[in-house]
Structures are given as C-alpha cells and as structure tokens.
Design a protein around this ligand. Structure first.
Ligand code: PGA
Length: 248
C-alpha cells in the first residue's frame, strides 16, 4: 500500500511574518496521520523550518539544488547543504524550472541522481503543455521525461524517488485536470515503468499537481494511481491546505 503524500510548494512567496503564520497554522491544523506532509519553502526560510518543525511530523525540502557537492557555482545550493538543514526532499524538474530556467531532461536526470546520492528524496516533476495535450502526445511526453531519468539512475532507483505529474496547463491556472484525466496519465506512467520493473511500478508514489484545491482533492486522491498531491497556490492558505491534507 502506497502512503499518500501531500506536498506544499510555496514557490517564491512569503516573508518572515507570513512564513511564521503559515508554520503555526500548519502545525496546529495539519493531520499527518493519514498522509506524509512535505513543505517546499524558499531556501532562505529553511533554517526557520528546521527549528519550527523539529518536533513535528511535517517534513520539508528545497525547491531546487545543483548537481555538484561544492565549488564555483555562484547562486546555487548543494544537496549536502539542504540535507544539513534538515531537508528530506528536493523538487526536481518543476515545469517553472524547465521553462523559465531552461532545465533540460538531462539536467533534471543529473539532479535526480545527485539527490539520491546525497540521501535526499527527489520529487521529480513531469508534465505536458496544453499544446502537447491537444496534439495527443501527453503520454509520449511524460514517459520520455521519466525515461530520461531512468537512463541515468536505472529503474530500480526510481523506487526511491517520488513522481509528481503536473500538467503545465493546470499549474496556477485554476484548471485542474479532472480526476479521470489525472488517473489516466498516472496509470500510463505506472504501466510504462512496469514494463521495466513491476515491483518499482507498484512501489513508486505518483502525485498529481496543478490547481489542487480542498474541493477537488478527495476525488483526485480516491483514484487508484493518484498517491497524493503537489500543491502550489492553495498551500499558501492554511485552511485550504489543511482541507487538502484532510482529503487524504
Ligand atoms: P498550483 O501549483 O497548485 O498553484 O497550480 C502547483 C505546482 O506548481 O506545483
């Protein structure tokens, strides 16, 4: 039985006061019994999360990291640094990194490998654009994104990652994929992995992301291949996010 994960992606939002308020709200209101909860916060707030969440079951992670352990990479963070500050997860390949910052499948795969090597769980984001969906190539796009990672880490190691399927057209747009659309793609991803390892396919958690709200979460999470959610906008609202976690 795969455990549900509900992850908050705060993106580049929040200030000291807002983060303090969100953390207090999360600690008071999130039920971590039925789902693992992970918060992806801007890097400058990670020491705060380390302190505030020390006695909490809520886990946290970085939104990005570089592949190398140290050196002349101005502006970047290493996975060792994230780990030292208590991060158990790191986001890899979010569509905003792929499109705005030009991260290729190859770089995403290298980051996934670096995270695994450092003992930080990579949450690998994949997803198609609206154009790709309309062209009918969704399955091809997402399975190629997964294969690019398998090519570098091997299929067995995929069991130690978490996959987040996030259709680009659903991110921050208010257009959630229907539970049926999500299930269809999740099942296709799992079937694709199963051709290489049935065991890994059964084990790997596949989350859905893209305008998840408290009102849509229960239906999404009820689908057999949807193992939780990666939540952006709604994770900046305590009540709304608590509702999503409760839906697990
Ligand atoms: P959204 O973002 O929930 O605001 O659509 C999801 C994400 O980008 O992870």
């Amino acid at each position: 039985m795969r455990r549900t994960i509900v992850a908050a992606n705060w993106k580049m939002n929040g200030d000291k006061a807002e983060v303090a308020e969100l953390l207090n709200g999360f600690k008071a209101q999130l039920d971590t019994n039925k789902a693992d909860v992970v918060v992806f916060a801007p890097a400058v707030f990670l020491p705060k999360l380390e302190t505030e969440l020390a006695d909490s079951a809520i886990q946290f992670g970085g939104q990005n990291a570089w592949t190398e352990p140290k050196g002349a990479f101005t502006g970047e963070l290493s996975l060792g640094m994230l780990k030292e500050f208590g991060c158990t997860y790191v986001l890899v390949g979010h569509s905003e990194r792929r499109t705005i910052f030009g991260e290729s499948d190859e770089l995403v795969a290298a980051k996934t490998k670096a995270a695994l090597d450092a003992g930080v769980t990579p949450m690998l984001c994949i997803g198609e654009t609206l154009e790709e969906r309309e062209e009918g190539v969704t399955e091809k796009v997402v399975t190629e994104q997964v294969q690019a990672v398998i090519d570098v880490i091997g299929v067995e190691a995929l069991a130690d990652t978490v996959i987040a399927y996030e259709p680009v057209w659903a991110i921050g747009t208010g257009k959630t994929a229907t539970a049926e659309q999500a299930q269809e793609v999740h099942a296709a991803i799992r079937a694709f992995i199963a051709k290489q390892s049935a065991e890994v396919a059964e084990k790997v958690q596949i989350l859905y992301g893209g305008s998840v709200k408290a009102a849509s979460a229960a239906e999404l999470f009820a689908k057999p291949d949807v193992d939780g959610g990666l939540v952006g906008g709604a994770s900046l609202l305590v009540e709304e996010f608590a509702g999503i976690v409760a839906a697990a």
